[in-house]
Ligand binder design. Sequence first.
Ligand code: NDP
Length: 247
Amino acid sequence: MNRIDLKGRKAVVTGGARGIGLAICQRLADSGAQCAIWDRDEEAATRAASEFPGSEAIAVDVTDPGSVDAAVAATSEVMGDIDILVNNAGIAGSSRKLWECEPEEWQEVLQIDLFGVFLCCRALVPGMIAKGYGRVVNIASIAGKEGNPNASHYSAAKAGVIGLTKSLGKECAESGVIVNCVTPAVIETDILKQISQEHIDYMLSRIPMGRFGLTEEAAALVAWLSSEDCSFTTGGVFDLSGGRATY
Ligand code: NDP
């Protein structure tokens, strides 16, 4: 594994208790960062934090402004200033045509996958601007670039994350805070339990490399985007799709 120097850096990883977020915590910790694992599954977050020395589990619902503010306070108390924010918490929602979706489920996906990113950026970016350094990495999706059928809620939310990233990147461009997003194709994690096998097969069939992505592959790119080496790219959208998107 190539080494990325994140020694002394403090990172918040939302949804870090499992899946891609857990692999990101692993990679950041291996690179010398301390991680605050923010997740609504407190038990799994605590288990994850016990694997990485210096890490903390913080219970949070990223859709709730009060909960996010409390998580910021709890994190600052034990870790001090935050250098890195990885907005990874997300759900897929069920696989349905737009007109078959219940409004409540559509809104829930938007709340977690897009509004949650807004709330966490809103809570942590000002502190990064104040000290003149920060890295924000948002986990979007290929669905946000292309629009997957039977996932209008998810595709719309992830397209929103791409737009938010471009906008915030420009707002922070002269501040030392760099904001980028990644757009993975399908990776085997618990999130796939929420969607139909037909939908998984569809997503896999669109990948020229003919395989699922790996959580470690996402974590490797996120680690670089979280580092000082990423210094002249902001508001960027980084592909992780095994060749599906070549733009
Ligand atoms: P997982 O379901 O494995 O992990 C997501 C974690 O986020 C879970 O621990 C989940 O808790 C937590 N979470 C969900 N909602 C909230 C909330 N409101 N507040 C705090 N934590 C919450 O998913 P992945 O690791 O697969 O996905 C991580 C990110 O990557 C997501 O944003 C997803 O959209 C994105 N992505 C995933 C792809 C894939 O194929 N796996 C492809 C492209 C993008 P709980 O289990 O309780 O829901």
